[in-house]
Design a protein around this ligand. Structure first.
Ligand code: NAP
Length: 366
């Protein structure tokens, strides 16, 4: 991102880079709910680069990260003088509007903060403008942060940002496939196509999404718990909403202590399902199949990202990974852009591949 690099005479210092790493870490606190609020971290540094205080946003109605850090700094001996001339390192542009709390820009200016390091501009038109406001008040703003940290800051609020732009949740479709593109054998069995590393990755992915979604077909055949578990079977601290979609009766998802709430959406309309979830504050949906539901979302143009775990194994028959897309000739094919490929170790030496793909927005060159 570029929060105004052309005006940045100053460069980020090693102490500020370390502080930004820390701010990103606390922003991602798994105790903080996902949903319609951004995750934000702030670290305040004294002129000599030592940490004065840190803070983070803990969800709707709680203090913003900057206000949280400033409040902690004010509890220190020597405050508020220690804050005069201090640096605020933030993962997201300080807001410049009054919502449930006052503008963070004002709080930083009143505290006498002289320099602000910002990892990502706020895409929310209502809250943006913080960088300009701070600069106009004479604060030095540094936006040129290392690319790796800028990418982490962007990834932190992917669903939230997507919601601001598209007014629907971000949809990541995930599937486990054999080399010949099968999602299940002829008898419906699909556990397990991939090895433990891929499955562990799926559980981690679930913790970063607000909701996990499957069709009634998968609910009936697999009885999935749709929880996010560690390899030892214990639950991760953050659990997604567990959603089953389809018009028929589906068996209740297995009851698990500490699991996310279970929800049945009695519809076959992907847009309507996403609208309902968006209204509930859901900003990132993990679509875990099966093939019929995946095809419905792909046909509707409602898959933003596809994660395929590809196992080096063949079935020769069984359910294809994606059901009928209504494509009858090659020219109508749905091309995907390959964003990333990684191999995942499995016991015994065989390796699954993880492919990350995005639907192409421009046609593939002939
Ligand atoms: N390898 C993998 O990653 C993976 C992942 C998941 C599942 N699976 C396997 O996939 C198989 C189940 O496949 P499936 O295709 O039957 O499951 P599915 O896609 O989970 O469910 C299909 C059902 O969803 C409902 N539905 C909701 N929206 C729909 C829409 N827009 N269009 C059509 N139907 C819609 C329909 O039921 P209603 O009549 O209720 O509307 C439909 O029968 C199982 O063998 C399972 O093990 C594999």
């Amino acid at each position: 991102m570029d929060p105004g690099t052309t005006q940045d005479a100053a460069r980020i210092t090693p102490a500020e880079i370390a502080a930004l790493r820390r701010a990103l870490e606390i922003a991602a606190d798994p105790a903080v709910p996902l949903g319609p609020n951004p995750r934000v971290g702030c670290v305040l540094l004294a002129a000599d680069g030592t940490i004065l205080a840190e803070g983070h946003h803990r969800g709707a109605g709680t203090a913003h990260a900057e206000a949280d850090a400033l409040a902690r700094a004010r509890e220190l001996p020597g405050a508020p003088a220690a804050l005069r001339g201090a640096t605020a390192v933030v993962t997201l542009e300080p807001c410049d509007h009054t919502g449930r709390t006052g503008p963070c820009t004002q709080a930083l200016l009143e505290a006498g903060i002289a320099r602000v390091v910002v990892a990502r501009r706020d895409p929310n038109p209502q809250a943006a403008g913080g960088i300009d406001r701070l600069r106009a008040a004479g604060v030095e703003v540094v936006g040129d942060v290392p690319a790796e940290l800028a990418a982490t800051a962007a990834a932190l609020n992917r669903g939230w940002e997507h919601g601001l732009v598209h007014a629907r949740p971000l949809v990541t479709a995930k599937t486990a496939l054999t080399l010949d593109g099968r999602a299940a054998a002829d008898d419906g069995t699909s556990r397990w196509i991939t090895g433990p590393a891929a499955r562990e990755e799926v559980h981690r992915l679930r913790t970063t999404c607000d909701a996990v979604l499957v069709g009634t077909g998968t609910a009936r055949s697999d009885h999935p718990t749709l929880t996010a578990r560690r390899p030892d079977g214990t639950l991760h601290p953050r659990q997604p909403l567990r959603v089953v979609m389809g018009t028929s009766e589906a068996p209740d998802l297995p009851a698990v202590d500490g699991a996310g709430e279970a929800l049945h959406l009695p519809t076959r309309d992907p847009s309507a399902a996403l609208a309902t979830l968006f209204d509930r504050g859901i900003r990132h949906v993990l679509l875990e199949g099966g093939p019929t539901l995946a095809a419905a979302f792909l046909r509707a143009g409602l898959v933003d990202e596809l994660i395929v775990h590809l196992a080096p194994t063949l079935l020769g028959a069984g359910r294809p990974g994606v059901a009928d897309l209504g494509i009858t000739t090659l020219a109508q094919r749905l091309d995907l852009e390959l964003v990333d490929v990684a191999s995942l170790p499995t016991p015994g030496g065989a390796r699954d591949l993880r492919l990350t793909l995005r639907p192409r927005t421009t046609p593939t060159p002939a």
